[in-house]
Design a protein. Structure first.
Length: 278
């Protein structure tokens, strides 16, 4: 009993208890809201995520400029309108005539090309090019996945695994982290924490494999790739924040920061799931 108490004291001394409590409470609230959307199903969940895009992209643009310019606001609104039209087309199965592309590619190309024109006009750097277009691609992928027969289960599977990677990489780093993985980009991420997060993600993927009707091998492979991609998305956003000199993308979500801090793990995971299960 004394040993357990001593271990607990050691753990609490290494982990910022208040920060972890905030992260935990925020995760519970966000999980509840997400499960509510799952229960409501389509079209509510698709439209909710479609509208959420503008808030995430607004946060991204706000980080680039303390005062939003008219061109930035126009870019956000145009991209939001395109995504909303795309969502309507997907939900109600409306197809537009195209010689070369289906709806998915047509709408995505329009959005990405318009964003690239805007980025060229603003003379943006490579990280901005990559991150802003990944945000667009990830939300388009999300909307498409939600229209799949098992789309809701696929998104639930992704949320569970990305959250697992985030929580256990954080805890593992706080408790056992000694060697920084890429200190030039993120001082908080460690090799030990990343390994613990990845191992936990693979394990959880195995336990929830029935959500996706995966066999054991598939569950382990998907767990590995989703863990790696969630970490890579987080790292990319960290590089973006380091370049502009901020710690968090915002203060909207206690313990997590802003919306980008919460959703960065999905920027690569959603396109991967769309491509791999389409």
């Amino acid at each position: 009993m004394v040993g357990i108490i001593k271990l607990f004291k050691n753990i609490t001394s290494m982990v910022n208890v208040q920060e972890f409590r905030q992260r935990f409470i925020s995760t519970i609230i966000l999980s509840f809201l997400f499960l509510l959307l799952i229960l409501l199903g389509n079209p509510y969940i698709s439209f909710s995520f479609s509208i959420l895009f503008s808030f995430v992209f607004f946060e991204y643009e706000k980080l680039n400029s303390k005062v939003l310019e008219k061109s930035q606001v126009c870019n956000i609104l145009i991209l939001q309108v395109i995504l909303l039209f795309f969502t309507i087309f997907k939900i109600y199965k409306i197809e537009i005539a195209s010689l070369f592309f289906n709806n998915n590619i047509t709408f995505l190309l329009i959005a990405v090309l318009l964003n690239i024109i805007f980025l060229l006009y603003k003379k943006s750097n490579f990280i901005n090019f990559l991150l802003s277009n990944l945000i667009i691609v990830s939300f388009f992928s999300l909307i498409v996945i939600l229209q799949f027969p098992n789309g809701l289960y696929t998104i639930l599977y992704a949320v569970i695994l990305v959250s697992t990677m985030d929580i256990f990489a954080y805890l593992g780093g706080k408790l056992f982290g000694k060697r920084k993985i890429i200190p030039a980009i993120s001082k908080g991420k460690t090799i030990e924490g990343t390994f613990i997060g990845l191992a936990s993600t693979i394990l959880i993927s195995y336990f929830i494999k029935d959500l996706m009707n995966f066999n054991v091998i598939y569950s382990l492979i998907y767990g590995f790739f989703i863990g790696i991609l969630a970490f890579s998305g987080d790292l990319l956003e960290s590089a973006f924040k380091r370049k502009i000199g901020v710690k968090d993308s915002g203060k909207l979500i206690p313990g997590h920061g802003g919306l980008m801090d919460r959703f960065d793990g999905y920027f690569l995971v959603m396109p991967f799931l769309y491509i791999s299960i389409n």
